[in-house]
Design a protein around this ligand. Sequence first.
Ligand SMILES: [Zn+2]
Length: 267
Amino acid sequence: MASKPQSGDKVLLHERRWQEIQQFRDSGGNLAIIPVGSVEQHGFHLPLGTDSMVAIRVAQDAAQRTNVIVTPPLWFGWSPHHLALPGTISIRPQILIEMLFDVLSSLATHGFDRFVIVNGHRIVNIPWLQISAEKAQRELSVKVAIFDPAYMSKEIADRIGFGEVGHAEEIETSHMLHIMPHLVQMEKARDYVLPEKKLYNIDPRIPKDTLCYVPGTAKDLRKIAKESGGTSGRPSQANAEKGKQLHEHLVARLIEVITELNKGPGK
Ligand SMILES: [Zn+2]
């Protein structure tokens, strides 16, 4: 069984009524998961919403097995490096910081005091989420954890045999083949491996020294996008079974994070 509907699930905040959220709070529930992603090109074969869909589904599947609520996702991320291809929507980092803070702040008003942000947009979103989370912890007395699938699958990714982290590559494609197979057009997938840059790598599994991530210039990225069609990596190596293993690992790890957060004292 791969895909299933995203709605009709009791863990989704936007499908509940306010009294049900009140009830959730009255029964001691105080943790919410906030999925964040992006709307950006994902090669010839994956939909623009891939990062958000991954975050939503990991959050939803973990929430079903724990007593937590999933908020609507922050669909848009910072994606200047993908604007070369149409459909990509990029929001400025300061907007992302403020929007996330306002979501945290609103829920804190209702007594939610711990949060897990599930980030489907990888390294590009992380600094902004960290700034927002730190501000929330300081000003709202809440606890915020940031759960990033690329970091939280370092162990299993090697066991599954995934190649390096790229974009719309084997890892994301396998994950989508498991959770949203009807949105993947494998016949259009095209491998494109960027020439190795000596001092630079975005894969958290790489042990060697590496420079920190700064998105390339619009000019460079237009050139690469033209050559690659938006992919970096080998989506041809993807399959649903690898995606299932990855997904189950991530859901299990997220449940662990939720359990740990729930152990701590409340406000
Ligand atoms: Zn992605």
